[in-house]
Design a protein around this ligand. Structure first.
Ligand code: VG1
Ligand code: CO
Length: 541
């Protein structure tokens, strides 16, 4: 019996990055099955196709992977390539899809959201280019969830996903592979491992905090085994189903252990952290935190020093809320610079078309066209390689960068778990008065323009509307507001704040001080604290 009658389940709408729900919701009978079958149906079926499958090791991942294998077999897949133990970091999955010429892949993760029976789970479909499904596909998946009547699943015992090797599941070839080696080999082909080994041999000290999530095994293999960093360089290196109770979001709030170590006396030379599924990174020097927007700009300015990018970059792209620091680098280096909506899926076309080789988001995501996802460990290795060539500390690299390009002070304030109606009403009111803001002055800042961001994909012409509110002030400061598309509880309001300082003076302020007038202006215009009755943001990055 492979056919099960089912009925549509409400709310299976993929957000910024796949479908994310409370784990218990995903574990309800038929919930996962409906969504997976809808995905298969929406992409024209999977008969004869090859799929990659893996996830970040969170609670319910192994069980979900077994179910998906049986469903893929019942749907006629030719081959399944699964990471051992159902483990694959998001960038490793993207690489495997590309390397093996697979038709697509499923990634089981809620990324930076916490894991466990009372936390979050997620499923994301990636295309043959290795990148997240574009909106046209996620909309088709959602539409299919609303009309589904049956799903197919093999009536068989769960397959063994713990042993590397090839077996059969019905008519389908089931190939369980080492999740780490292909990815580590690719990193070796991009970076100067010889130079990095010398750096570690000479006593350079690093702390990599894998936050009990998926990069642990990758970081141990690459940093400790292949590059010879002392054992223990990687901390929280064992992926745990609940991430050891940690919130696997690499920002100063959640990666506080790393921050304490890096800001303390005797700090290592370099620190980094990554998220649940390994596509995010945070970079820290001894005594200095690097904002993700600045990190992207530094990588753009220095990429040519890394073997994989020695021929220079094709162009760069950033999400709209990401600071314009990288725009300044692009302008000086004569590179095209694209501004896309939030979410990695918008970078895929630009990379496939050969228009950009480096992309980034303010949310601790950076990557290049080596895969079609953001890539946490890649960003860490970029920094290491650049530090090795420039023979400078992180502090020196940042000072040099700001002196050359000026500094885009930047911060994001998140208000989490707001009542959805309240958050939506607040933004609806803002939408209503957008047209009246021009030339008005708030806290000494005069509005130059304001709009709701809409994007036309320069490659396929697809239009994405309603991608966040922008209020630009004279002099290059701005506020951006949008609602999160990855949360699983109420609404999360993200307020992105930016101010440019050309230098040479005023490059060393605390970002919250530098941004104080803009924070006040945003409050005056939108009334966030007044309307939500919150005293401040829940998370500041
Ligand atoms: C957030 C970030 C966005 C990122 C997305 C997925 O989305 O803001 O930049 O692409 O998470 O990241 P939102 O809609 O909550 O703002 V992760 O590491 O899921 O894959
Ligand atoms: Co992630």
């Amino acid at each position: 019996m492979t056919r099960h009658a089912t009925t549509p389940i409400d709310g299976q709408k993929p957000g910024t990055s796949g479908l994310r729900k409370k784990t218990k919701v995903f574990m309800e009978p038929g919930y996962l099955e409906n969504f997976v079958q809808a995905t298969f149906d929406a992409i024209g079926g999977i008969a004869g196709k090859t799929l990659v499958l893996g996830g970040d090791g969170r609670y319910f991942g192994a069980q979900a992977a077994a179910t998906i294998c049986k469903m893929a077999a019942a749907n006629g897949a030719a081959r399944l390539i699964v990471g051992q133990g159902a483990w694959l970091s998001t960038p490793a999955a993207s690489h495997l899809i590309r390397k093996r010429g697979a038709d697509g892949g499923l990634i089981l993760s809620a990324s930076h959201n916490p894991g466990g029976p009372d936390a979050d789970f997620g499923v994301k479909y990636n295309m043959a280019n290795g990148g997240p499904a574009p909106e046209s596909v996620t909309s088709a998946i959602y539409a299919r969830t609303q009309e589904i009547t049956e799903y197919h699943i093999l009536d068989a015992a769960d397959p063994d996903l713990q042993s590397v090797g090839e077996t059969r599941l019905g008519e389908t070839a089931l190939e369980v592979i080492d999740p780490v080696s292909d990815y580590a080999d690719m990193m070796e082909s991009i970076f100067d491992f010889k130079a990095l080994k010398t750096v570690f041999q000479s006593g350079f000290r690093m702390r990599m905090d894998s936050m009990c999530a998926i990069t642990g095994p990758y970081a141990v293999e690459i940093l400790e085994r292949r590059l010879g960093a002392p054992s223990g360089t990687v901390s929280h290196e064992t992926p745990l189903p609940d991430f050891g109770g940690m919130h696997p979001d690499p920002n100063p709030t959640w990666a506080h252990e790393l921050m304490t170590e890096m800001m303390g006396s005797g700090a290592p030379d370099f620190g980094a952290a990554s998220d649940g599924d390994g596509d995010r990174n945070m970079v820290v020097g001894a005594g200095i935190y690097v904002s993700p927007s600045d990190s992207l700009a530094v990588l753009a300015a220095n990429a040519h020093l890394v073997p994989g990018y020695s021929a220079g970059l094709k162009g760069v792209a950033r999400s709209m809320p990401t600071s314009a620091a990288v725009d300044r680098v692009a302008a000086e280096m004569g590179l095209d610079c694209y501004e896309t909506p939030t979410g990695w899926k918008f970078f895929g076309n630009l990379m496939d078309a050969g228009r950009v080789s480096l992309c980034g988001e303010e949310s601790f995501g950076t990557g290049s066209d080596h895969v079609r996802e953001k890539d946490g460990l890649w960003a860490v290795l970029m920094w290491l390689n650049i530090l090795a060539v420039r023979k400078m500390s992180v502090t020196e690299v940042m000072a040099d960068h700001w002196a050359r390009f000026g500094r885009n002070y930047y911060s994001r304030h998140d208000y989490e778990a707001l009542p959805t109606e309240q958050a939506e009403a607040m933004l609806a009111d803002l939408r209503g008065k957008l047209g009246t803001l021009k030339s008005q002055t708030f806290e000494g800042l005069t509005v130059e323009s304001s709009d709701e961001f809409s994007y036309e994909d320069p490659v396929d012409g697809a239009i994405s509307k309603g991608q966040g509110f922008r209020i630009l002030f004279e002099g290059g400061s701005r506020v951006v507001l949008r609602l999160s598309g990855t949360g699983t509880e109420g609404a999360t309001l993200r307020v992105y704040l930016e101010r440019y300082a050309a230098g040479p003076d005023g490059l060393d302020l605390d970002p919250q001080d530098a941004l104080a007038p803009i924070i006040l202006a945003a409050e005056e215009i939108v009334g966030i604290r007044a309307r939500t009755e919150r005293i401040g943001p829940d998370v500041i990055t």
